[in-house]
Ligand binder design. Sequence first.
Ligand code: SF4
Length: 261
Amino acid sequence: MITANYIKNEYIRRMPSAFCPGCGDGQILNAIARAIDHLKLPRNEIAAVSGIGCSAWIPSPYLRVDSLHTTHGRPIAFATGLKVANPKLKVLVVSGDGDCTGIGGNHLLHAARSNVGITVIMVNNGVYAMTGGQVAPTTEHEYKTVTTPYGNPAFALNVSEVVAAAGASYVARWTTWHMNQLIRSIEKGLTKKGFSFIEVISQCPTYEGRILNMDHIQMLHWFRDKFKTDEKGVFRIGEFVDIEKPELTDELQKIIEKVRK
Ligand code: SF4
C-alpha cells in the first residue's frame, strides 16, 4: 500500500520546508511523487528543471531526482536543450505562472509549437508570490494585489487555451482541490510523446489569501466551488487536448539520419 511515509521516504529529500504553511506547492510535490510512483519510472531516467519562484523549489531541492534550478523564465529553454541532447530522458519542468508566462512566455509558446517531448507543470497562484505578491499575467480582472491595490485593470491570460492553440499534444487544468485528477494528468503528461502542459491552480495563503481574507482551507473550498469542467474561460478545468502528433526530437533524428545517408 502506498502510504504518505512511503512517498516521503522514497521521493522527497528530507530538509526543512521553504514553503509557507498551507501553500499548495507541497500538495503539488506530493502529486508529482505519486505520479512517478504509479508509473514505476526509475528516478535516474527523470530530470526536473525549474526557474525562479516559490514553485521552483518543488523539484529543486525537494524531489529526489536530478534537477536543474535555472534562471528566471528560462526553465523551458534549459529543458528543451536537455531533451534534445538526451531524448530518452523524461524531462519535467515545474514553473510558476510569472516564471512560465511572464518572463518565460515566449519559450512556452515555442515549446508547444515545436511539440518538444517535455512535461510542464505550471503552478498558477495568480501573483508573483516569491517577490511579494505583485500582479501577474494570470491575475484576474479587478483582483487586488500589492501592486494593484484598486484592482487589476487588465485581464488574466488563459494560459491553457494559449498553449492548446500553439500546438501542444496534451493540455489540462486542475486545482489543488482536484488531487486525483491532477495525479492522473501528470502520469499522462509524463508518458505523452509530445509537449504536455498541466496548469495547476494553487493557493498562496500568504499573499492571495491575505488579500482575500481566506486561509488555505477556505481557498481550497473556493477552488472547489469556482472551477468546474462546465465553466468557461479561466475557471474551466479538465483535459483540453490529448492528441498524437510528431515530436521534435523524433523529427530531428529523421533529419540526422537523412544527412548521414
Ligand atoms: S509566498 Fe505563497 S506561493 Fe510562496 S511559499 Fe508562501 S504561500 Fe506558497
